[in-house]
Design a protein. Structure first.
Length: 328
């Protein structure tokens, strides 16, 4: 049996705890699913020992000196606040270890603002990356040679993997497991973690539902959730207006003012967003149409092509080849 693959998760004081524990959980769950240790997860810091995260949780870490950089299969740098990142990147021992690891590792990358550490280490020049939405502008301004994808949940470019942060570390780690062990194992892990769906990298950091609920006036926030859960229903203006006890005319006016688009356009967005998730899962177009509220697969294809400039089947093929950002 081959030795376990070493997963190095680099932490530091004031790091985001989920940037460390979420990938660790996914890789360990893969071990559980296989019934053997395929991955050996190492939670590392400069000197080892307990470190205080930004989330009122203390992590017990090992020193980077306990893992030879030449033995690292996957290196992931956690994100955290600016002070913590500055301490991390100012440590020359950490810098040398991380650079050496990245040069020999099968893959390397970051979660959330860990991209700032990789950039400071000179490991992102000319690369396309993801980071937390709140840090995209700063990252792009500080390192103009880096191409920052402000929308993606995670981005892969060669052996570089970067994610938007926090829970997106789960999505990226699941994609790594899928690449190593296949979709069956990754889907089993997602089910064990009670995830709504595995999110592909091209998916936006913000869902249409979350964006809408964050700006919705009362009583539309609850209506949006009801729409999301009832995409197969007849979602015409009379139905929606009745749910919020408004006349149709008043409903249309207030909805457009609150959401910035018509109800029909918004509902189509929700349906097509969910379609992209189902396409990535391999579901047939006929099944997808039934699940998202289209009468036929042809009707769904027409709406999808109008919105994204390609057919659902072409979109699925591009996703399989890793080029699906064209519709992101």
């Amino acid at each position: 049996m081959s030795p376990p693959l070493n997963i190095a998760l680099l932490a530091f004081p004031r790091c985001q705890v989920l940037d460390v524990t979420a990938p660790a959980m996914v890789f360990q769950a893969a071990n559980d699913a296989l019934g053997n240790m395929h991955y050996h997860v190492h939670i590392l810091s400069a000197d080892g020992g307990p470190i205080d995260t930004s989330s009122a949780v203390t992590l017990v870490t090992k020193s980077i000196h306990e893992l030879d950089p030449s033995l690292v299969d996957t290196l992931l740098v956690a994100g955290g606040d600016e002070a913590g990142l500055q301490l991390l990147t100012a440590n020359e021992t950490v810098r040398r270890w991380a650079v050496k690891s990245s040069k020999v590792a099968r893959r390397y990358g970051s979660i959330c603002t860990g991209t700032f550490a990789l950039a400071d280490f000179g490991l992102l020049d000319g690369k396309r990356v993801a980071t937390h939405w709140s840090a995209c502008t700063t990252l792009a301004e500080r390192w103009p040679d880096i191409i920052v994808d402000a929308n993606a949940v995670f981005v892969t470019e060669g052996n570089l993997w970067t994610s938007a942060g926090v829970t997106t570390g789960i999505d990226m780690s699941l994609a790594m497991v899928a690449a190593d062990l296949g979709d069956t194992v990754a889907n089993l892990i997602a089910r064990r973690l009670v995830l709504y769906a595995r999110r592909p990298g091209y998916q936006s950091q913000f869902s249409a539902v979350l964006n809408a609920q964050s700006q919705a006036e009362a009583p539309f926030a609850e209506l949006i959730e009801w729409i999301r859960e009832n995409l197969t229903q007849q979602l015409d203006v009379p139905t929606l207006a009745a749910r919020v006890s408004m006349s149709e005319r008043t409903f249309l006016r207030h909805f457009a003012r609150s959401m910035g688009e018509t109800p029909a356009r918004f509902i189509e967005t929700l349906r097509l967003d969910q379609t992209r998730v189902y396409l990535a899962s391999g579901m047939s177009l006929k099944e997808i149409a039934a699940k998202v509220g289209y009468l036929t697969a042809a009707q769904l294809s027409k709406a999808f092509d109008r919105r994204f400039g390609m057919s659902p089947l072409l979109f699925r093929e591009l996703h399989r080849r890793g080029g699906c950002d064209a519709a992101g």
